[in-house]
Design a protein around this ligand. Sequence first.
Ligand SMILES: *Cc1c(COP(=O)(O)O)cnc(C)c1O
Length: 396
Amino acid sequence: MLEDIIQLDKKYYMNTFGNRLPVCFEKGEGLKLFDDKGNIYYDFLGGIAVNSLGHGHKDFIAALKNQLDRVIHTSSLYYIENQARLAQKLAENSCAEKIFFANSGAEANEGAFKLAKIYHYKKGTGKYEIISLDKSFHGRTLAAVAATGQEKYQKPYYPLTPGFKQVKPNDFEAVLEAVTDTTAAIMIELIQGESGVYPMDREYVQKLRKLCDEKDIVLIFDEVQTGMGRTGRLFAHQLYDVEPDIFTSAKALGGGIPIGAVCAGKKLSEVFEPGDHGTTFGGNPFATAAGLAVFDIYEKEQLVGNADKMGKYFFDKLNSLRNISDKITDVRGFGLLIGIQIKDEIAKKVSDSLFENRFLVSLCGGNTIRIAPPLIIKENDIDLFVNSLEKILEEF
Ligand SMILES: *Cc1c(COP(=O)(O)O)cnc(C)c1O
């Protein structure tokens, strides 16, 4: 019973998530999630950009079961076939040459910070500072919080890990002002996810690339949310046609099994040497089997292409709705990472009403409904959502 679960949670689970939405899912199938009363919810958030294959994907489950029957964990003391093969997949399908696996997005970003810092340490440049952006989100570990340009995440944890500073997003002059002789790296999200789906301009990103080349600064893209097909390309840097020195991946990479990846291009692929970094769980046989199955299914079902196609369809529909409703004030994003900005006064109500109508989305930045559905989504799912949104908007 939901009420019992809520009581248990309140009694024994630390209150980091406050009052959660009053539902507990028991089963999933494609875009649908079922609660304990058999109600159907439509998942337009995909477990926050994680469940790209949807729920209960047969081939995915089969691959996981197959690996469970063999071996789950062995440790980094031994060679791991799945780990090597998944690293190959990532490298062959992006600008990366070498990969390191972690267990989450924050941990992948930690790896990226360390790799950027040790690059400069070994070169003896004396550079150590990392610049990131206001309104960014890079995770909850202390260094990731120091890089996350949002006061609410940082303030309780002062003094923060030193060496981080944030500048205004999409403002190249602000970066120029902040860069000094000690700037080691610049980390950005190509599309800021948690703060309300704000894409960076192509020109801005190209200028960052040029600046980093000129000044020997490591350019890092946090693709934890934008990666793995979300934007209609396997990685968003392919959409922008700009290659970072490092990018990170996590969220959809394991299809729901925790895994993160630090992906380094040529310049940094050989920098880590034995002992410089490590992990117990990262990239274990089970997690990397999940990643391999995700890649297999993406290829078989052409899911990155589908994300591109369905994204365009979704944007067309939303823009049409925006044309007839002034309650939508902006539609932002790429592919299937979409922010629907709603008039401030009613944004929360619209978001609540979507939940009451059994659509799962998240409200970001106070006024933006974030959509990040499974990449298996079809036109009729999108129609269902947009028609409901239209009706809901009429109510307010
Ligand atoms: C979710 C997210 C993270 C953090 O990932 P965790 O797995 O929660 O540690 C980091 N960066 C971005 C851009 C994210 O969206």
